[in-house]
Write a protein that binds this ligand. Structure first.
Ligand code: ADP
Length: 576
């Protein structure tokens, strides 16, 4: 019982120290102390602790009795039995036990106890003696108890180690997110991912291959720890090799030993094991992320789990950088297109000005000569001749108007909009006077409706004259005989608002926003009743926009239309 107490004390101290520091060195030290305690308590000639190496299928000694003592080659049959059955084995006479394959020279009795962790035998504690029947049932119980304490300590160490590993991984993921988050350059992002993953996974090489969707091939776009010549040589079709398969199926592949892996296509001969996970964005595979090692079976299930999380993060970062690059490209394209449009627009303006100038001159001549003919300066005319000449005069007027509308439309944006105090009531009155005759000829009534004290607006007089002219002219054009055209003006808090209403044909609801577009006409057919080029309202809108005002229409087909526009008020300077 005393021996057990002594052992317990040593194991408690070592367990505590082990959970503070988890190095292999510490584990060895702890086992050494445990062995010492056992040796003090139990008489034996050899004591070993052997670790089970499942991968290689061997038992490796972790510690051995104090220097000077002979080391025994442990009987493989005995150890095999304990590892297989997970039970303690006390042999009173090894020379007579059928489980002993190769009895150790000079040894007569043995006590072998397994150390179990998670239902697996991870080590065995072996005691040997030159005496037969050297160990009793009490010794076996004591050793089993020691093995249990060791197992608990090892499990603690394993958990602690696992926790530290997870912590390292989480901080690596955090660092990865931080690093890739700062750059929007695709190549920089890729480089930063492979570098930080290589560090975090402590692997030999790390690479990102991106899928060229058109060619359906994977090419390495960034790598760390891999010779450049292998990077250059790497090119895999979808479904080809390990990365090709991962890119095709979207499932990770772990090749613990590429020498035993048929689908592996060797680029870098130093690779022994490799783990590849897909880079996926919303079910779309954009490439693969691979880590490799020159050792076989270098990675675990946890590594795969970690790499999959890192890949998800990397895929988002890559996509973000790609989107940014494509946005930048688009912005550049747009800027170029805009410059091109401006150039074309300038050119168009020049052409319009030149062509209009060339057209106006001959039109003026035609008009003058037609007028001379109509006034019979060249001799008397028959009624039919007069009729034909009136048609020529009308058509000439129409083309002249069209040319002047086109020029006005072009000029609105090119000539700066002056800002001067202007009376919209004066402009309205002058406009109604100008159109009084035409209205009278068409049996229409022009009505003024504004108070005396309408404040001034802030605008360009010449341009605003055009606005009134176009709107009143349209009201006349689209009104039936006997209709009334009312021009009303009122002030609002910030603007002067004008309304020109008629009782004409009206405009269908679905066309009301389009009529302000250039060349748009509600009835655009060749058989349309009313003349015009569809530019008047476009000119009006441009002018109102240039004043930072508003224009809109309210209309019902068959009942008439009201066109509204507002121009900012003139704010007289405040007297101090
Ligand atoms: P247009 O030279 O054809 O009159 P506008 O730009 O001035 O060109 O007008 C565009 C179209 O808007 C006209 O063709 C017409 O269909 C419609 N429109 C404009 N003013 C009126 C109005 N007062 N009544 C009905 N329709 C109108």
């Amino acid at each position: 019982m005393n021996a057990q107490k002594g052992l317990a004390e040593i194991l408690t101290t070592t367990t505590t120290s082990l959970s503070l520091s988890l190095s292999l060195h510490c584990l060895q030290e702890m086992v050494g102390q445990a062995i010492e305690a056992i040796q003090h308590s139990l008489a034996c000639d050899d004591l070993s602790v052997l670790i089970v190496d499942e991968k290689q299928g061997i038992l490796k000694p972790l510690s051995h009795p104090a220097e000077g003592d002979a080391a025994f080659d442990w009987d493989p049959g005995l150890l095999g039995w304990v590892v297989e059955h997970g039970q303690a084995l006390r042999v009173d006479d090894v020379t007579c036990d059928p489980r002993c394959d190769a009895p150790m020279p000079g040894i007569r009795s043995a006590l072998v106890v397994p150390v179990c962790n998670q239902n697996r035998v991870i080590a065995v504690i072996c005691l040997a003696s030159r005496q037969p029947e050297a160990f009793e049932a009490g010794d076996e119980r004591l050793l089993v108890w020691v093995a249990q304490q060791l197992a608990i300590t090892v499990e603690n160490a394993r958990l602690r180690h696992e926790m530290e590993r997870r912590l390292e991984e989480v901080s690596a993921l955090y660092q990865l997110a931080e690093q890739v988050g700062v750059s929007l350059d695709v190549q920089e992002v890729l480089e930063s991912i492979v570098q930080s993953l290589k560090r975090a996974m402590q692997c030999r090489g790390c690479s990102i291959a991106l899928l060229d969707a058109e060619k359906a091939v994977l090419e390495i776009r960034a790598s760390a720890g891999i010779d450049e010549k292998w990077v250059q040589a790497f090119e895999l079709q979808l479904g080809e090799g390990i990365a090709g398969k991962v890119a095709q199926d979207g499932m990770p592949i772990y090749a613990p030993d590429i020498l035993a892996c048929e689908s592996f296509i060797t680029f870098d001969p130093s690779v022994r094991s490799l783990l590849t996970v897909p880079l996926m964005l919303q079910q779309r595979i954009i490439g693969t992320l691979t880590i490799d090692s020159d050792q076989p079976d270098a990675f675990s299930k946890m590594d795969e789990h970690f790499l999959t999380i890192a890949a998800a993060q990397a895929a988002v970062a890559i996509e973000k950088a790609r989107l940014y690059a494509s946005l930048e490209q688009r912005a550049q394209n747009l800027a170029e297109a805009y410059t091109e449009i401006k150039r074309a627009d300038r050119l168009k303006g020049e052409i319009v000005r030149n062509v209009s100038h060339e057209l106006r001159m001959p039109l003026t001549f035609v008009k003058s000569y037609v007028d001379l003919l109509l006034e019979e300066h060249a001799g008397p005319l028959s009624d039919l001749q007069k009729h034909y000449l009136v048609i020529v005069a009308e058509k000439t007027n129409h083309v002249t108007r069209l040319v002047s509308d086109i020029v006005s439309f072009e000029q609105v944006d090119r000539t700066p909009c002056r800002r001067e105090p202007v009376s919209l009531t004066d402009l309205a009155q002058q406009c109604l006077e100008r159109y009084a005759t035409l209205a009278g000829e068409n049996g229409l009534f022009l009505i003024e409706a504004w108070p005396d004290d309408v404040p001034l607006a802030l605008g360009d007089r010449d341009k605003l004259v055009q606005v009134f002219d176009h709107l009143v002219k349209n009201a006349i054009k689209f009104s039936p005989e006997g209709g009334r055209i009312v021009v009303s003006i009122e002030e609002t808090e910030t603007s002067i608002q004008v309304a020109i209403s008629d009782e004409g044909i009206g405009i269908p609801q679905d066309q009301q926003t389009h009529i302000f577009e250039r060349f748009y006409q509600v009835d655009g057919s060749a058989r349309r009743r009313f003349g015009g080029a569809g530019l008047g309202l476009a000119i009006v809108k441009r002018i109102v926009d240039a004043h930072e005002g508003k224009i809109w229409v309210e209309s019902m087909p068959g009942q008439g239309s009201t066109f509204y526009f507002s121009i900012p008020r003139y704010q007289p300077p405040q007297l101090a």
